[in-house]
Design a protein. Sequence first.
Length: 247
Amino acid sequence: MNLRQRLQQPTPLHNLFLVTPANWEAEWIADSWESLTLDLQHGMIEGPHLLPMLQAIRAGGSIPLARLAWNRPEGVMKALDYGVEGLICPMIDTAADAAAFVRAAKYPPLGNRSFGPFRAGSLNWDNYFDTANEETLCFAMIETAAAADNLEAIAATPGLDGLYVGPFDLSVSMGLEKKADFSDPGLLAIIDRVLAATKRHGLFSAVFTIDPDDAKLMAGKGFDLITCGTEDLIFRGAMRRWQKKVF
């Protein structure tokens, strides 16, 4: 199944962010996770790493997404041409921001993406141009107080496929005492508003978590895609547990 088909299933799609440019690790991690997101914003993955890591993810059998470094058309188009199935765009504050993102990601008439699908056109599509707008998904990150204020207008953006809650920046922007505290009523209120907006506008819902209990909580709320932290975070935790057994 491609990303859209998988998100339409009744069970949530669990996702892991990759922040380290390690092709071999990406390949074997892809064997265990249904979907992986290359973090081009905060991780150590840069443009030249994108193609080989996408090849490794495909070899491992996982669905590839990417979080963009920023809302810039050249980054959007390059990631899609390399074969990313879903894009997560950070710091979308307004409907105009969301519209600019969609314009770069969708072919006419929805947008102005330049045609040249390099690697993507040679993968599973019989006619890439005819199906790309439907099968490559755009998620706008809701991670600022401004985005929360403009939530309805962002969700109504033509061509947008989903909303993705970024609880860390959202907590900072809202001035909350703790970052990404999923028991905070203020954060939960926005999460509920996001879920309601996605249902009203026929969008997919997604959220970032780092704690398995929070991931389960968000699954119970009905999110379609749940990110369960980063491979670096899991590795560091495993390293500490390993050291405790050795020393």
